[in-house]
Design a protein. Structure first.
Length: 463
């Protein structure tokens, strides 16, 4: 796409647009006075253009969801065709796209996951999973992980362990229990892998044994935690959790809103560790952002339980025909474009590049991830592991917060990436169609921004 294809706005028009943003849009997360996020007007592949005509390289996949890249013609054409045939039917009525999608998911999902409840977002899919587990086990408690983010509704906040999300609205409707996450770089138990014996997994068993008998319905966690720092667990972690859940007769729920659909170099993240959850939750990559959708899958045992029992749960747009069509076309693209293989291959390439930057600079403490789901933990000093930014929710002042300054320097060069909520972790999650030249471009901008940050805040340029 050439620059001439992008709609042009005068500077006065751009100023008026930002005035309207300020006047009419209720903002999300932390306010940043004077900051002007790009107003997106055009997109293709990994690139998007803002109202000023500036071209950006998107290494966040917008919000970690546009896995197949932007403006995929096959998905767009499939949605257009569906609009001509059937736009909407009540969730009471099955439609051909809904039937086909749920069947397809049963064919590709891990383990014996077999039936799906469709919704409109990851948060709704999480709420569905919580209710299913509670009704199935006839127990009220669910255990989650500290630092985890599962959505912004009250149920999702209750099971989530992000203090930055929970604190403003405490007390929550349901106060679920939590255990420490598998955070090897900053072990909550002050132990080292592998001599730790995977204490983070064993802690679930300990907590369950302290609870009243038959009071806990489920344990919920992301296979790789994203919002809390992109934490990759030890290989033993999830098989141990699976065994504990079986021994203690509780449901294992995975939140695969981010890790599902090829993001980690496997179609679904549990495939890395050869286990399957009882309930799996999807969104984001299921339609790659083309139409909103969430999905909650259950295994045969849970599905059979609800054959003759009511599940009082519904959304007006559950299984929307166009969303189902978008999902089917998106899933086809994962296979047709060989994106699972490309993700694994490009993930290794970008990991090697980040490790190289880590060796040449002073403020990268850890690089971790799988596939194109990567986290870079930034520190003031590698030996002390002191974070580059405060542990509280990142304050948006580039003059005092090195993380914000780092991101701004990347933005100056047209590179977009994400940061975790609180702390000092950069998340790099480009679309799975990324090529090596784009990775090289992004890493060059990122390293230049790191060098500028080291100079700005008088940090050592080399250890």
């Amino acid at each position: 796409m050439s620059k001439s294809d992008v709609r042009k706005f005068t500077e006065d028009q751009v100023k008026n647009l930002y005035a309207d943003v300020h006047s009419y849009i209720l903002q999300r997360w932390a306010p940043r006075p004077g900051y002007e996020p790009p107003i997106v007007v055009k997109e293709k592949g990994l690139d998007f253009w803002d109202a000023r005509g500036k071209k950006w390289l998107d290494f966040q996949s917008q919000l970690f969801n546009v896995n197949i890249g932007m403006h995929n013609k096959k998905v767009i054409e499939a949605c257009k065709k569906q609009l001509d045939e059937l736009v909407y039917a009540s969730p009471t009525y099955p439609t051909l796209p809904k039937i086909k999608l749920c069947k397809k998911l049963a064919q590709i999902a891990p383990g014996d996951l077999c039936k799906t409840f469709l919704s409109n977002s990851g948060t709704e899919a999480i709420e569905t999973a919580l209710k299913l587990a509670i009704l199935y086990k006839e127990r009220k408690k669910i255990i989650g992980l500290w630092r985890a983010y599962h959505g912004s509704t009250f149920g999702a906040m209750s099971i989530g362990g992000s203090k930055w999300v929970r604190s403003p609205t405490l007390p929550l409707i349901a106060e679920f229990d939590h255990i420490p996450p598998p955070y090897c770089y900053r072990c909550p138990f002050d132990m080292d892998y592998p001599s730790c014996g995977i204490q983070c997994a064993k802690n679930l068993k300990y907590v369950l044994e302290q609870e009243a008998a038959n009071s806990v319905a489920a344990f919920l966690g992301e296979p790789i935690m994203s919002g809390g720092g992109l934490l990759v667990p030890p290989d033993e972690y999830w098989p141990m959790i699976r065994k504990i859940c079986d021994e203690k007769d509780i449901v294992l729920i995975n939140d695969e809103v981010m890790t599902g659909f090829a993001r980690t170099g496997k179609m679904f993240a549990p495939e890395h560790w050869n286990y399957a959850p009882d309930i799996d939750v999807f969104a984001k990559g299921i339609t790659s952002g083309y139409i909103p959708m969430g999905a909650t899958m259950v295994n045969k045992r849970i599905a059979d339980h609800f054959e003759d029992k009511s599940f009082g749960h519904s959304f007006t747009y559950s299984g929307h025909a166009v969303a189902c069509t978008a999902a089917l076309a998106t899933i086809d693209q994962y296979y047709e474009l060989k994106l699972i293989d490309n993700c694994a291959k490009r993930g290794k390439y970008i990991m090697e590049g980040l490790k190289g930057i880590q060796e040449r600079t002073s403020i990268i403490g850890d690089v971790r991830g799988k596939g194109l789901f990567l986290g870079i933990e930034m520190v003031k000093h590698r030996e002390t592991k002191e974070g580059l930014a405060p542990l509280e929710l990142v304050k948006p002042d580039p003059e005092t917060n090195p993380m914000v300054y780092l991101q701004d320097r990347c933005s100056d060069e047209g590179l977009a990436f994400g940061m975790s909520m609180g702390g000092s972790i950069v998340r790099m999650t480009p679309a799975l169609i990324v090529i090596e030249e784009q990775i090289d471009q992004a890493l060059q901008i990122f390293e230049k921004a790191i060098n500028a940050t080291e100079e700005k805040f008088s940090l050592p340029t080399k250890e």
